[in-house]
Design a protein. Sequence first.
Length: 321
Amino acid sequence: MRLSVILPCFNGAETIAVQLDALIHQHWPGGWEVIVVNNGSTDNSMAIVERYRDRLPGLKIVQAFTPGMPRLGVPHSYNMGIKAASGDAFVFCEADDEVAPGWLSAMGEALAEHPFVNGRLDHRKLNPAWLHPVDGEGYQSEGIFRITCPPHLLTATGCAFGLQRSMYEKLGPLSVDFPIVHDAEYCFRAQLAGYALHFEPRALIHYREKSDYRARFYQGRNWGRDFTRLLHHYGLPTPRLARTRQVLTLGRVLPSGLAAGLVRMTGRPHGQKMLAEWFWNVGWFKGVLAAHTEIAQQQRNKPLLTQQEDAGAPTESGVAL
């Protein structure tokens, strides 16, 4: 079985060499290639990639961005990389993470038995001590997460995906309608189609967290908005007075930022983490509020559609609303 490593990149000059250096030391006896997908980078990240031409097998650079057109997100980059791939299976990694020794062989061995594989995440190596997990080892370090609301399905992060080509061809491409939570959407779609998600603990990826407060706010906001839209897409009813509830939640959360800031100013070790989590949470609740506002607007714009008709409308991802 031949493997294709798909690595999307947008302005990854600060970190991509770490990932490429890690890929140099990977091995797979069935043959493999590395496909870097450039989504319109304006820094020198592609010049860095070019320096690995003679050190990475079958290295290709694929262009995912068309000048003058909107820049699509990470799922578009993965889809474009897969179009250029020759492998029987695809393994995903990203320009700001680092695959651990033995990652590729572990993914390959798992993909020989399972159509959908998810690797293990480490949240310590690439992150400052104040961002290290306090309880346990962090998300997807010991298994795959199951959401606690309908549709109660498992979900995993796309930076650790492994997909057999046959499954990808049956399910179709990753959905660009959900640029932030495309991975959760694909997990949902796979399970509803009868595929199981396999967690492979030997396939370890060192995951890089956002350490800048502004970046954490935007990450939380984008995830909150996209995940709320995703749940609506898969049939979770919008709670009554959803927007009012989110405004009240934001009102309760905002004052806690003052407390976190004061702790941070005292120099206590946990103050920085408290403030970082506050920025992320405020972003999340703001994103959820934005999603509920968007959903309400869409519903007002479709007054003639019955609920039954709307439920059967096909979408780009092939899943009915």
